[in-house]
Design a protein around this ligand. Sequence first.
Ligand code: CTP
Ligand code: MG
Length: 452
Amino acid sequence: MTDDDAAPAVAVIVVAAGSGTRLGRAEPKAFVLLHMRPLLDHALDSIFGMKESVQIIVVAPSDRAADARSVAAQAATRHGVTASVVAVVSGGRTRQDSVDQGMSALLPSVNIVLVHDAARALTPASLCDEVVAAVRATGHGIIPGLPVVDTIKRVAASGAILGTVDRSELSAVQTPQGFPRVMLTSARAWAVQHGRFEALTDDAALVADAGHPVTVVAGHPLAFKITTPEDLERAELILHAATPTPTPTPTSAPTAIPAPTPAPKPAPAPTPQPLARIGSGLDVHAFATDDTTELWLAGLHWPGERGLSGHSDGDVVAHAICDAVLGAAGLGDIGSIFGTADPRLTGAHGDVFLTETMRLVVAAGFLVGNVSVQIIGNRPRFAPRRAEAETRLAGILSAPVNIAATTTDALGFTGRGEGVAATATALIYPTPPAVHPTVPEQTHTPDLNWEA
Ligand code: CTP
Ligand code: MG
């Protein structure tokens, strides 16, 4: 898709506000990394890969809206589309509540709505196109489904078999589910009015319950839902298989063996393989001399701790990561990009710097592989919030972040408690041409606009 349509006729609501209980990770499912990128990022690839320009509405966990914005901005940049085509709203308690939140952000121009699970992260873009086309052609609700291949039994609580279900009548349904906007809106109102809203968990069930036609079209095996750790492993294996592997460099023939005659056709020169690149960063800030400056470190607020002095919030971890990532990409350093006295940066938090850094690095054709940080200082005691900080920064960078912390045995300025230092090392790698198997045919948003 492109971003040339300011009044799109189609919207895709990507519901990503679930907690992922069955996946069993600390972070919400949409932010769990799959092939080094959040599930949500993959899910957005499916939508950006659609032929038609659409409005995209991401429904995110309420405490992760900023991270969802950052993921969406990076995905948009990768696809050469402006991030403004994506709206991010906070989700609700149930999936249906989350869909409702998404519906509230629809543009007036939209007349077809697709509802899609972020958890179906590998859904082909072509399936989304097919659902839109079928809604247009029929005026019905359209849901993708696959034939059920297993024999299905009805079983009593005791385990006794009660009967065999005729599987020819069964379909395992998927998303995106598409509907004419008026049909979905009126069906949802009907369900609320008749007390059916909680019971009908599926958009299609809700629309059919209100008496509207819903038709099943052929689904796609890649649109499976990532629910359990085994599903995540399956998706990882699929992406691994789809990632181009480096061409082995031909080894030269041993000199002792004469070349066969006639001389073999020379092998084509090996294509140079893009290399991963690393960068390092270091930052130091002194503790503020007053008691009122608040401490921000590693993207987190530390109530009750003495703050660090600086033009921005003094978050040495965020700044060191920016230098490491920018350095790896050959884009300079934090001072050269942001300036040291820009009034827009007074008190700015680390996420502002990191998000803009990521935008630049992604635009330069790289993704972050991982980041390793070392904090050096006596305070704050970092260990209790280490996981929280790592998750926060990983959400912004779309890559794993490890943070270690140490004191210096009372030596030096950190040992005397005068300030905090941090070093960071970042590995980045060129964006693979088609890491997503579903789009083979195609090639936290900052508050500040640096190019303005
Ligand atoms: N979803 C949502 N809001 C909710 C619940 C679910 O937006 N309150 C979304 C999920 O993010 C997911 C989709 O609905 O993309 C399908 O839900 P499911 O696979 O059940 O995801 P979770 O609810 O996150 O997982 P679990 O049921 O294991 O907790
Ligand atoms: Mg659920």
